[in-house]
Design a protein around this ligand. Structure first.
Ligand code: ATP
Length: 241
């Protein structure tokens, strides 16, 4: 049996022109785990999210999938074929396309019958406005509904891991709860979930592992209920010290 983590990034370094975004980051995502990477603005979360999902090739370090080096596959297409789905910040839906069309794109290339079957399963997870609005342009959905649709589109690929960048950004707390409930459901089905968030509150209710990132480096990692984790968030990050 392969006991390697589902996704492992090692010694990751990345920069944009003169800006250092990540410096020596190691991160393991266990199969079926729920990991929250928390950090302030500009900490390097989006960069790391893209690298963990294989959507961006790091300048330094390697990406492993179940122990195999997949660094050279990282780039635009990412690791979608290997079952790793990225939901980028801002959702990147096709606003002029319908809800149905956006979802179908998530299973692009699959046989029609398979896509239809997946679509039915994904609609069951969607809020009413999405379920009853299959022919609406995605741009006409509310922010929360769009976030759910973005999750739904990722699920159309039947992923083993879902990587989400700032799922709670711009959403009312009640909608954030809805999004996290869907993520919880995925985890119960064995899908690994990785969220990157600025706000710790919701992520801490659902994740089992917390990683804190600041200035491109990991400053803390631990189980969500470790005293050290709570302390790290309180003192160093939440600013409630
Ligand atoms: P935020 O929460 O504000 O989105 P973040 O934690 O996701 O921030 P990143 O977006 O990964 O952080 O950015 C890390 C650093 O890299 C920041 O200093 C940012 O300005 C810089 N950076 C990110 N993308 C680019 C880019 N395309 N060109 C130049 N610098 C970039």
């Amino acid at each position: 049996m392969n006991s390697a983590p589902l996704i492992s990034v090692k010694g990751i370094g990345h920069r944009y022109d003169g800006v250092l975004a990540l410096d020596g980051v190691d991160l393991d995502i266990p199969a079926g785990g729920f990991v929250a990477v928390l950090g302030p603005n500009g900490a390097g979360k989006s960069t790391l999210a893209q690298i963990v999902a294989g959507a961006l090739r790091p300048l330094k370090g390697r990406i492993e999938l179940a122990g195999a080096d997949v660094t050279s596959r990282a780039g635009r297409q990412g690791l979608v074929d290997a079952g790793v789905a990225l939901i980028p910040e801002g959702r990147r839906l096709f606003g002029q396309l319908t809800v149905d069309e956006n979802l179908m794109l998530g299973a692009y290339g699959k046989p029609r019958a398979e896509r239809e079957a997946r679509l039915a399963g994904v609609y069951e997870l969607m809020p009413e406005a999405v379920r009853n609005g299959k022919d609406r342009a995605a741009a006409t959905l509310s922010g929360g509904e769009q976030q759910m649709l973005a999750v739904g589109r990722a699920l159309m690929a039947k992923p083993r891991a879902v990587v989400i960048d700032e799922p709670s950004l711009g959403l009312a707390p009640i909608l954030i709860d809805r999004v996290y409930e869907v993520l919880d459901g995925l985890r119960r089905d064995g899908v690994a979930v990785v969220v990157f968030e600025q706000l710790a509150t919701h992520a801490m209710k659902h994740a089992d592992q917390i990683v804190v990132i600041d200035h491109g480096r990991i400053s803390h990692r631990g189980a969500v209920d470790d005293e050290a984790t709570v302390e790290a968030l309180r003192m160093g990050y939440l600013g409630h010290g």
